[in-house]
Design a protein around this ligand. Sequence first.
Ligand SMILES: *Cc1c(COP(=O)(O)O)cnc(C)c1O
Length: 330
Amino acid sequence: MDLQYPRKIDLARTPTPLQYLERASGKWGRGHRLWVKRDDLTGCTLSGNKVRKLEFITAHAIDNGYDTLITCGGLQSNHCRATAFAGAQLGLAVHLLLRGEAPAEAEGNLLLDQLAGATVSCYPKQQYVAEIDQLFRQWQQHYAGLGRKAMIIPTGGSDGIGAWGYIAASRELATDFETNHIEQAHIVTASGSGGTQAGLTLGAGLYGLPATVWGVNVCDDEQYFLDKVAADAADWRRRYPGVPALDIKPHVIDGHVGRGYGIADEPVFRLIAELAALEGLVLDPVYTGKAFAGMLAEIAAGRFAGCSDIVFMHTGGIFGLFPQRGGFSW
Ligand SMILES: *Cc1c(COP(=O)(O)O)cnc(C)c1O
């Protein structure tokens, strides 16, 4: 596929490894081979899935004369932390609008946001939900008044620009599949704002990956993500009129949100500990832990029967683990 990519800035350590999980396959695979695409290794403080999107988003910002990035998320947002470090590395100011009350002592991602020099504004959950669009515009106007130009990056960097990140990752996966003789696969990723799933779904179509892409939603529900992936794909096509028209069909594994976004129950914490000891692979309780649990449940239910290979996207998130250390006391 000869696709015309927009410019990107090299922020991520890529290609990331595709790693075979021998012991996990033996334990949970039921005859399937389990692989993990190590996008937790795209960097250290600037790591995880958001970096791939930010490569294209920051290039767009710089090419269009923006000097400031404004984005939003939860107090422990990996996307906000990655944006803070991308900005620091590129000399762009970063302003984060966070959902929730600022704790007395910053830790995890929030601590790193501060170290990276980001400006942080916290809003109570109700206000954040009701007013986030307005808050974005207010701050953008505030910076305009100072003679600066601020770019608004939506939640998770998930839009038509960010979609390129996982379209590019799909090209990498095509090579991974060849190298490892993977002829047919299911790809499973956590879905929070849908951009990773949108990029992978588009990329699988564009590169003819012999794979079905599944998003395990960690908030909202199946319909929300079917709509969100379609909306991101439509935004991608609208922004880049030269790209091929693709008829995509997103797939969602619902039922693993638990009590809510960012809240994991004991089985998820136990699974994180078990996999860490079994394979040396650390998941997080907000995204990857729930997604991995969702994948195992679907394997057990026979959803992937007839296909030998399953690829889990490790999208990062380790810094969100530390503020939830209490979950590991049983
Ligand atoms: C943001 C995030 C996701 C979800 O990706 P989206 O593109 O927002 O759906 C998954 N895992 C981790 C660790 C994340 O930080």
